[in-house]
Design a protein around this ligand. Structure first.
Ligand code: UDP
Length: 236
């Protein structure tokens, strides 16, 4: 089978790693993700991954944590490295070669982020996991995903979520919500639907990087998306 996309950036949320838990990492989710990712590398897709940290720490809420925003954001970035290391371990367990690159230097556990080196790894068939977000507070891992996707010339950003696309309203709260199969960037703005935060979304729009929002928690969906099947919602 020939994939539709040659190089993808997969954005995973930290929260999805929790599975049924309320905190941390569910080994079952890790294993499922590793196998799904392996399936697309097996058909020759070059895969880069940005993973969030919300299952461990989210820096944004100063009023709740009492920790200054920038400090909390750095803590959140470190959380994404923990998730990246976990994902790296689970991918290698199923025989996928990986490299973890961190936007915050921590050479004992990850390579520093070097764009050209990341591209070289991808060309050699290694999955590259980008940890520590953008390396800057006041950003999100969605923005890190858009930024890295553009930097490495990815064909598409695949945003794996718990819902199977973009809906008219939150389908977990509103039973009448319906799904869009395709939207243009300007339709997303016009309709006021939420895909990513504005910074992340604008980066994609300005650089013409398509986004596919899909349900990553259904096994086989990722393979289906990269094969070009109409899964989730395409924004382009
Ligand atoms: N973060 C940051 N800069 C970045 C990426 C992430 O400061 O470039 C911090 C921010 O505090 C964020 C936390 O890391 O809340 C975890 O990332 P995110 O909330 O995006 O994770 P997800 O929601 O995908 O689990």
């Amino acid at each position: 089978m020939l994939p539709k996309y040659n190089r993808v950036l997969l954005k995973l949320s930290g929260e999805s790693l929790m599975g049924d838990r309320t905190f941390g990492i569910d080994p079952k989710m890790l294993e499922q993700y590793a196998l799904d990712i392996k399936a697309i590398t097996d058909i020759g897709v070059q895969v880069a991954i940005v993973i969030g940290g919300g299952n461990i720490y989210r820096g944004m809420n100063e009023s709740e944590t009492g920790i200054e925003r920038a400090q909390g954001d750095y803590m959140g970035m470190l959380a994404t490295v923990i998730n990246g290391m976990a994902l790296q371990a689970s991918l290698e367990k199923v025989g996928v070669k990986t490299r973890l690159q961190s936007a915050i230097k921590m050479e004992q556990v990850a390579e520093p982020y070097i764009r050209r080196r990341a591209i070289r790894h991808l060309e050699k068939g290694r999955v590259v996991i980008f940890g520590a977000g953008t390396g800057n507070p006041y950003f999100t891992t969605d923005t890190a995903g858009s930024l890295r996707a553009i930097e490495i010339n990815a064909d598409v950003i695949l945003k794996g979520t718990r819902v199977d696309g973009i809906y008219t309203a939150d389908p977990e709260k509103d039973k009448t919500a319906t799904k869009f199969t395709e939207l243009s960037f300007s339709e997303v703005i016009g309709k006021g639907v939420k895909v990513m935060d504005m910074t992340a979304f604008t980066l994609c729009q300005e650089n013409n990087l398509p986004i596919i929002v899909f349900d990553m928690n259904t096994t086989g969906n990722l393979l289906s998306v990269v094969s070009g099947n109409k899964v989730g919602t395409l924004v382009s």
